[in-house]
Design a binder for this molecule. Structure first.
Ligand SMILES: Cc1cc2nc3c(=O)[nH]c(=O)nc-3n(C[C@H](O)[C@H](O)[C@H](O)COP(=O)(O)O)c2cc1C
Length: 187
């Protein structure tokens, strides 16, 4: 079940560097794309840095609305994650083509993608220097959610079954699945 995540723990949803899906909406259009270059930037208020290519259809919706949702898709969505990152919403309706269901977000117009394990609703902050040159977006997280089967009490569960584990992009159509979590001893 989707459960709220305290904003001070929002960074933990992507701290392990998973491949993400970024969704956006503007006017009557919505879309999503696969994004590997997304990282946490700050704890409170939580902020993210994201690279969105100028050629992507999703980027045009983000530019128009100033909002987006970053979500963490699990292993069970691997084929969809790869497919969503290899075609454009300018030409296909990715929701219909890949059987994806949008859900209403709490703070932004951009839809949440059902089936993911974490969601971060964001607004785009004013562009820092070099942002245009680097296709860089700095966003503030306004609301965060996680599937409580995968993330609870501010942490990813340590015993996650493989279908619920996050993906990491290697290259081309190759990905790694999250491995075993280990805890450091305090020295
Ligand atoms: C695994 C993977 C990671 C990707 N990471 C990024 C990224 O970090 N930034 C980006 O602009 N595009 C990235 N892409 C490419 C976009 O997802 C791709 O251009 C997509 O077709 C854009 O869709 P759209 O035109 O519907 O928005 C990635 C693609 C894949 C498959």
């Amino acid at each position: 079940m989707r459960a709220p995540v305290a904003l001070e723990h929002a960074y933990r949803l992507i701290n392990h560097g998973p491949v993400t899906l970024v969704s956006a909406a503007h006017g009557d259009k919505s879309n999503l794309m696969t994004v590997a270059w997304c990282m946490a930037l700050d704890f409170t208020p939580p902020k993210l840095a994201i690279v969105l290519s100028q050629e992507s259809h999703t980027r045009s919706l983000v530019d128009g609305s100033g909002e987006l949702v970053v979500q963490v898709p699990p292993r069970r969505m691997l084929d969809v994650v790869d497919a969503v990152g290899n075609c454009s919403g300018a030409r296909v309706d990715k929701w219909a083509r890949f059987g994806l269901a949008p859900a209403k977000a709490a703070r932004v117009q951009a839809p949440l993608v059902e089936g993911c394990t974490a969601w971060l609703e964001c607004r785009v902050l004013p562009k820092p220097e070099l942002a245009d040159e680097l296709d860089l977006f700095v966003c503030e997280v306004l609301a965060a959610w996680a599937d409580d089967e995968a993330f609870a009490e501010g942490r990813w569960r340590e015993d996650l079954p493989e279908p619920l584990r996050a993906l990491h992009h290697v290259a081309g159509g190759s990905y790694l699945v999250d491995g075993k979590q280990v805890r450091a001893r305090r020295l």
